[in-house]
Write a protein that binds this ligand. Sequence first.
Ligand code: TXA
Ligand code: MG
Length: 327
Amino acid sequence: MTRQVAADDAGIAEAARLLRAGALVAFPTETVYGLGADATSEAAVEAIFRAKGRPHFNPLICHYCSADEAGEDVVLGGLARRLAEHFWPGPLTLVLARRPASRIRQLAGAGLSTLAVRVPAHPVSLALLRAVALPIAAPSANRSGQVSPTTAQHVLDGLSGRIALVLDGGPTEVGLESTVLDLTGEPAVLLRPGGVPLEAIEAVIGSVRRPLPIGLAGNGRPTLQSPGLLVSHYAPELPVRLDARMAGADEALLAFGPAPPGAGLVFQLSGRRDLGEAASRLFGGLRTLDAEGRRLGLRRIAAMTVPEHGLGLAINDRLRRAAAPRG
Ligand code: TXA
Ligand code: MG
C-alpha cells in the first residue's frame, strides 16, 4: 500500500525516516514530483529502477540541500560554481565528474564516470534533504516513458502500490523537469531543456552547445552523452500531432492562445500565451486530454505551436517526444 500524507513537519519527518530505512518516497520539487531513494544504498537505488520499470542504462539525478554537499560527490569546477551561485537552489541539473570517493552507488549513475546533481528549490524538498542528511537519487515519479507527475495524485496514478509514501505538497510550480547541462567538457552541452531557460544560462557562462532538436536528430536511439534521452517519452496513450492550426471533431486540442474551432475537447495551456503558465500546465493538460479524450472516443491529441524560446524550448522538446513514434 502506498500512503499519501501532507507535506507538513510530521509528514517530512516520516518521509525522512522511511528514506533512511531504504524505502521509496515520492516528494514535490519545484519542477515535478521526484521518486526518492537513498543514493548510497544499492538496494534502495535498485528499487527505483524496479518501481519505474526504468532501463538500467538511464542514470539518475542526485539531489542535495546545498552545493557544498554536492561537492562531496562531484568535482565542482569554476563554471559549475558560477552556475550554482546563480541557479541553485533551482531547476538546473549539472553533469560533472564523479569523485573517486563518491558515496553514490554506481548503479545510480548507470556506471558512468559522471554524475548528475541538483539542489531543488521547493521548500519541502529542501526540508526533506536536510532531515535525511543523505544524497537522494530521484527521477521523476512516473512509470518509465510516461508523462511526469505534477501532483501527488499523478504519482499515485502510476506508482500506487509500488512505493511506500507520497508527500503531498500540492501542484508543482515549474511543471517541467530541470534543465540538464553537461559540464564535463568545453563548451557546456545542453542535454535536456528544462525549467531554467537556455538564455539565462548563456547570460552567465556564454554560449552553450545545443544538440539538434529531437525529431531532426534522428534514429530514436539515446545519444551517448545522455543515455536517458530516449526520443519517445512523455507518451500519452493517444497519438500526438504537432503544430496544429486546425482541429477536427475527433481531436483533443492542446491550445496555446486563441484556439481554432471544431475540436472535440480543448485544454488551454495559456490563453495569454505565457510560457511559464503553459509549462506549469503542460503535463496536467496532456494527462487530462488523454484520459478525457479516450473516454469521449477521440482519436488523437493535436498540439498548437509554442514559440522556440525561453521555456518554449522545453515545452516543445516534451511535445516532440510525446509525438515521437513509440516502441
Ligand atoms: O526536475 C528534475 O530533474 C526531476 C526532479 C525530480 O528533480 N528529475 C528528473 O529525473 O527529471 P529523470 O530521471 O526523469 O531525468 C534525468 C535525466 C535523464 O534524461 C538522464 O538520462 C539524465 O538526466 N542524466 C542523469 N545522469 C546523467 C549523466 N551522468 N550523464 C548524462 N545524463 C544524465
Ligand atoms: Mg523522467
